[in-house]
Design a protein around this ligand. Structure first.
Ligand code: ADP
Ligand code: MG
Length: 265
């Protein structure tokens, strides 16, 4: 069979023996994980088990001590965050309070334009006119806003939005970059319980619509079990079990997994 090689080709994100310590504290103990193209994979586990550190290493916001990260079959260990074709959605939305929803969504586009202008004056001379670029950005923002039902809110400031709307703006900022992989670190944990349940459905639907890879971090086992194609249950810097939600529930690999997931004893 050609299963192994084929699986590797299909992987959007491949983690090989990722290890990380902060000082004397070992946070990740050599994590291996292969995530398929278009998959919704959730890292779940108790607080402090290393979920955020792992997703930040994938994003390039943190550097592993050893091991390697591949995205789309390409080693990215030496790439900076913005070169990795990933977009991160944070728990605290990190929206700019003084800017409109429109400008907040456009941040990655306007930022990269600025960086390009600063770094490569020649490219600026040769590139499209400023007005053309601005029109392109407006069109991209409008497309994203339509996907997230934010069209009517584009001129508002973050303070004039509900928690769920703010979370959608943060998602829009990630979407506008058109990434291959969305990385989400507890994106719903600031929302009240009712909205959190509603947003689970919205995220699952968004994932279906976009058809791209989602890597989702949560300490909430119900979130993990309801939204994901596969779940990686972590504890103390290791993956204890990786499988479909039903597999973890029906066949927990250890008592720890069973207790966390809430499988029947
Ligand atoms: P989780 O997201 O699962 O709650 P984290 O990845 O945030 O876990 O943290 C794992 C461990 O690493 C915790 O013990 C945390 O205190 C520690 N840690 C995380 N980031 C840092 C850092 N920048 N400096 C020192 N310790 C850190
Ligand atoms: Mg965390």
């Amino acid at each position: 069979m050609h299963g192994q090689a084929e699986n590797r080709d299909m992987a959007t994100v491949g983690l090989q023996s990722i290890a990380k310590s902060f000082g004397a504290t070992k946070v990740l103990g050599g994590v291996d994980l292969s995530i398929a193209d278009g998959e919704f994979l959730t890292l779940v586990g108790p607080s402090g088990c290393g979920k955020s550190t792992l997703i930040r290493i994938i994003a390039g916001l943190e550097t592993q001590d050893s091991g390697s990260v591949a995205i789309g079959g390409l080693g990215v260990d030496h790439m900076r965050p913005h070169e990795r074709r990933v977009a991160m959605v944070f728990q605290s939305y990190a929206l700019y309070p003084h800017m409109s929803v429109r400008s907040n969504i456009a941040v990655p586009l306007t930022m990269s334009r600025m960086t390009m202008r600063q770094r490569l004056p020649l490219v600026r001379l040769m590139s499209r006119s400023r007005r053309e670029i601005m029109r392109g950005i407006d069109a991209d923002v409008a497309a994203v806003a339509a996907q997230l039902q934010l069209e009517h809110l584009l001129d508002r400031r973050p303070a004039q939005l509900s928690g769920g709307q703010r979370q959608r703006v943060a998602l829009g900022r990630a979407m506008v970059r058109n990434p291959d992989v969305f990385l989400m670190d507890e994106p719903l944990s600031n929302l009240d319980a009712k909205l959190r349940v509603h947003m689970r459905t919205e995220l699952a639907e968004l994932h279906k619509r976009l058809g791209v890879t989602f890597i989702y971090v949560t300490h909430d086992q119900i979130e993990a079990m309801t939204m994901s194609d596969r779940v990686a249950m972590m504890d103390a810097g290791e993956i204890l079990q990786l499988g479909k939600p039903s597999e973890l529930y029906d066949l927990p690999a250890s008592i720890k997994v069973a207790q966390f997931i809430g499988s029947p004893a």
